[in-house]
Structure formats: structure tokens, C-alpha cells
Design a protein around this ligand. Structure first.
Ligand SMILES: [Zn+2]
Length: 76
């Protein structure tokens, strides 16, 4: 797993503290909110925002060309 301690995207250098390239969805939680964002390089990020500020808790690799949300077509 990629370390999330750095404050910039390891793939393209986009600052985590800056404006997200694209906000995919935003969910309110008991302690704040969770945001799913996409970086300029296509990397998905899960950000948690609470009283202590924002932090990136999960980060995927850059876009590899396969959409994870695809469904229905099983290749056989
Ligand atoms: Zn990036």
C-alpha cells in the first residue's frame, strides 16, 4: 500500500491540501465528512475531514484504463 504520510500526490505531485481536481462524492459522517476525489492523474483518493482537519486515508494508483464500476459483461 502506498504511504499516505506525504502531503502531495506521489503520482503527479498534486498537493493534498489544495483544491481537489474533482470531487466524486461527499458523505457526512458522525465526525465530519468523507470525500471521494480524483486527482489530476486519475488517482482516486478518500479524504476524511473532521475537527482536526483534512487527511487522505486511502489513495489508489493513477488511472489504468479499466473502470471499476463496470458491470454486466462477464467475458467468457
Ligand atoms: Zn495525482
Amino acid at each position: 500500500m502506498i504511504s499516505t504520510t506525504c502531503t502531495v500526490c506521489p503520482h503527479c505531485g498534486w498537493p493534498d491540501g489544495g483544491e481537489p481536481f474533482q470531487v466524486l462524492s461527499r458523505h457526512t459522517t458522525a465526525t465530519g465528512r468523507t470525500e471521494w476525489t480524483r486527482c489530476g492523474c486519475g488517482s482516486l483518493q478518500v479524504r476524511v475531514v473532521d475537527g482536526g482537519g483534512m487527511r487522505v486515508v486511502s489513495r489508489s494508483g493513477p488511472a489504468s484504463g479499466s473502470a471499476p464500476a463496470r458491470s454486466g459483461t462477464a467475458s467468457r
